[in-house]
Design a protein around this ligand. Structure first.
Ligand code: DGY
Length: 320
């Protein structure tokens, strides 16, 4: 008999077919993302669950009495209560590797568009405000040869460092909870203390997962340490930054600009003060969102689900 699974989101057709070959599938049909309450109502007989973003903790696991596997369709897994999953003896998977270069590309899109004010100047041209001559009020900042500080040196951090070093000849430093001498040597990058990185970088890219330790990692004190010319980029999770403090730093000129793909609350409230600022470039959390990468991620999540349920094949389980 095929194992019963619940797919709590849309999947590309070919990936859904793959799961259907191996499992008995029920799927969320709502047009909005499933809530945790709806999820709890849906999974009473499911042995496997494929999910993104929705919180999976005690309430959901209690409702899913048959659950053996939870497969998260993202590399970040801050929506999963890892301790609760362990307590219930559930195997949990995620989707590393396939999105590293795509997210690194997007980090660079934000670096370039904040430094060279691409969104703001695009608007100026389209609104017919371009005047003859080169107005120094429109000048931006150089990316090449500037100092890039990366907080969180995982695989995506490395992919960003590679682009910075070999594409833009930047001076690259990183801060991570453990040093990575082999990466330092291979990429020619240096380790900084957290404070030194904040104080000396022209660009600061936050690339750390959201955990109890990193929640609110960057707040008023950290923005106050940055150069007034610093550009702050967040492509990790919104919860790692105190957004009130970020608004304050941007409004007061404490830092020069910010590029954001992620927010404390998503979708971000359209009235959020961050969205009123010209020196902020915003994106709707789509660091991994190219057609190819999203398809690969869906396949990894689907295979994790099937492999963990059948006991055959590789499963990318959550790191400790
Ligand atoms: C991830 O995979 O964690 C990306 O942020 C997309 O959710």
């Amino acid at each position: 008999m095929k194992p019963r699974v619940y797919i709590a989101r849309a999947l590309p057709e070919e990936v859904l077919h793959y799961v259907e070959e191996h499992c008995e599938v029920r799927q969320w049909q709502g047009t909005q993302a499933i809530t945790r309450e709806q999820l709890a109502d849906e999974i009473d007989d499911a042995e496997g669950l494929l999910v993104t973003g929705t919180l999976v903790g005690d309430d959901v696991l209690e409702a899913g009495k048959q659950l053996r596997v939870v497969s998260n369709l993202s590399v970040g897994y801050d929506n999963l209560d890892v301790d609760a999953l362990k307590r219930y003896g559930i195997t949990a998977g995620h989707t590393p590797y396939v999105l590293d270069d795509t997210v690194a590309d997007l980090a660079f899109a934000l670096i370039l568009s904040t430094a060279r004010r691409v969104a703001e100047l695009d608007k100026l041209v389209k609104e017919g405000r371009w005047r003859k001559g080169m107005d120094s009020a429109l000048f931006g900042a150089d990316v090449h040869h500037a100092k890039l500080g990366i907080i969180g040196m995982g695989r995506i951090g490395e992919a960003i460092a590679r682009r910075a070093k070999f594409g833009f000849e930047m001076n690259v430093a990183y801060y991570n909870r453990s040093r990575k001498p082999e990466v330092e040597e291979q990429l020619g990058i240096q380790y900084n203390s957290f404070e030194e990185l904040l104080q000396t970088s022209d660009f600061i890219v936050l690339m750390t997962p959201l955990t109890a330790q990193t929640r609110g990692l960057i707040g008023e004190t950290q923005f106050a340490m940055m150069k007034r010319s610093a550009i702050f980029i967040n492509v990790s999770r919104g919860g790692t930054v105190d957004e009130q403090a970020l608004v304050g730093a941007l409004e007061s000129g404490q830092i020069y600009a910010a590029g954001l793909d992620v927010y404390e609350q998503e979708p971000v409230n359209p009235d959020h003060p961050l969205l009123k600022l010209d020196n902020v470039v915003t994106l709707p959390h789509l660091g991994s969102a190219t057609a190819n990468t999203r398809l690969q991620m869906a396949y990894v999540a689907a295979r994790n689900l099937v492999h963990a349920l059948t006991g055959e094949g590789k499963v990318y389980i959550l790191p400790e």
